[in-house]
Design a protein around this ligand. Structure first.
Ligand code: SF4
Length: 207
């Protein structure tokens, strides 16, 4: 697989949340800020500097580069803890509320799959650290979640290859989305509905 074909792990999370969000960010290079992304930057400031430390026998790596040649994935883990036997335990830091559609769990599982390939250790669990509550939520990497990583990686790769912008979802995901002003989900959906109802773009003489 060529380096250009590698998919960013963050793109899986964006796609799981909304395919249009994924295309806006990774095809059109759009990135807007909202409260959650600004909080996210603050949270990640603490984990985005590559370094490691030993805490009670656990090696803690921050900003660790990841890859899976098998799936063609690459990215950076916020934190990976390595236990004495070498088993990695990825921890993803999140500032906002729990995302729908297992978007964060998918991102974390993709990190685990990369770590398995990189280290040869199986990675059965990891955690999402919610900054607001300062609590960890443990995630099990079962077969269903792993299959979803494989499927979403294929979907993202084909989205990037076609470079097509999917239609807006225009649902409960949009108010929390940082791209809402660029995306205009409700205006586009309303316009599409009206134009289809009125057959606005049919040229006279067409069947
Ligand atoms: S505003 Fe809604 S449709 Fe647009 S990218 Fe965000 S979640 Fe998707």
């Amino acid at each position: 697989m060529e380096l250009d074909d590698y998919v960013l792990i963050s793109a899986l999370q964006h796609h799981a949340y909304c395919p249009r969000q994924c295309a806006l960010i990774h095809v059109e290079q759009t990135f807007d800020e909202n409260l959650y992304t600004l909080r996210g930057h603050r949270v990640h400031e603490t984990v985005n500097i590559p370094e490691y430390e030993l805490i009670e026998g656990v090696r803690v790596e921050r900003a660790l580069p990841l890859w899976s040649h098998r799936l063609g994935l690459t990215g950076i883990a916020d934190v990976v803890e390595f236990y004495v036997d070498g088993t990695p335990y990825p921890v993803e830091y999140k500032s906002g509320p729990r995302k729908p559609r297992e978007a964060d769990e998918l991102q974390l599982c993709a990190q685990a799959i990369c770590l398995e390939e990189m280290t040869g250790h199986s990675v059965p669990t990891g955690a999402i650290f919610h900054h607001a509550s300062r609590r960890r939520r443990e995630v099990q990497f079962g077969d269903k979640l792993r299959s979803l990583v494989v499927k979403t990686t294929q979907q993202v790769r084909s989205l990037l290859a076609t470079a097509q912008l999917p239609p807006p979802v225009a649902d409960e995901r949009c108010p929390d989305c940082s791209l809402i002003e660029t995306c205009m989900p409700y205006a586009i959906t309303a316009f599409t509905r009206v134009s289809q109802a009125n057959d606005l773009f049919r040229i006279e003489g067409d069947a």
